[in-house]
Write a protein that binds this ligand. Sequence first.
Ligand code: SF4
Ligand code: SF4
Length: 309
Amino acid sequence: MSYSPLSLAASLEAAAVEFLAGPGNDNGNPLRPGEKAFGQPIFGYAAGADLIWETFKTAVDPAFLTPKMAFSGLNPEAMASELWVMVFVLPQTGKTMREHNRATQWPSEGWVRSRYAHPKTVDGLALRLVDVLAERGVKAVVPDLSPGFKTLTSEAFQIASTWSHRHAGFAAGLGTFGLCDGLITKVGKAHRMGSLIVNHPLPVTERDYGDHEYHKHCLWFNSGSCGLCVARCPVGAITLQGRDKTKCAAYLKITTPYIEATWPDLVGGYACGLCQSRVPCAVRSPKIPTQKFTPKVSLNKEPLPGIRP
Ligand code: SF4
Ligand code: SF4
């Protein structure tokens, strides 16, 4: 059966809102049952045949999967022109942001709980949307939950993977990357994202940036101002040259003993995200200044060594 792109997207978005209103979006706080992990979602859509996917093979890693490649496990015959990518952004709640803005060394409870809820909420929502599509006779896959998904390491990119929700969001017009690597969307960069590849037309979202304007909405890149995420990082993993993913990942590991000691139900939990709070791009996309600032420190304005997923 065939649907209009707009009506199919409307069905998916309604199903997402319904899912997020239910227990799948509880943050698991035993003292405050029913507290939400995430706020209201936003959505973007990209065509599988968009040439931007090929550019990620250079910007991220040659192993980055195009939608056609990511869908091939389900149907190797599907053409790129028969595929669309739906991306959703789940912003942190206002309550979590108020808590997290006060954090300086360790993550706040709301942030940790939303990170811990990722499999139930973010993966759960993506799989719910696959079911909604299946009920309508439409095939879909969640790339990072499919067998072809791999994480990669390379000298240039440190930690990468064969699919990136943030790059999918960039392709789907949702936003551009900040100095700290987060995707700055209209609801900011304090969020978690998911995406799925759909074998049915969806309404493509226009991008308000060029295919290579990876950092258009970051104040550091567009005007030489801000840089506040550098100071927010407790371990110096962000510099004016970008984020050291290895240092960041090492810090995430050492948050586990703190999290387990503070909230014993969150066994194996890890989180940080301080660079995604108390900064101008945390909950909105900052207005691009008309004035350029002169950096007080020297900066290599060459592109960062890869746009990291
Ligand atoms: S805090 Fe400032 S420098 Fe860092 S990503 Fe946001 S806008 Fe860019
Ligand atoms: S998540 Fe934490 S450790 Fe990683 S870059 Fe951001 S502030 Fe630094």
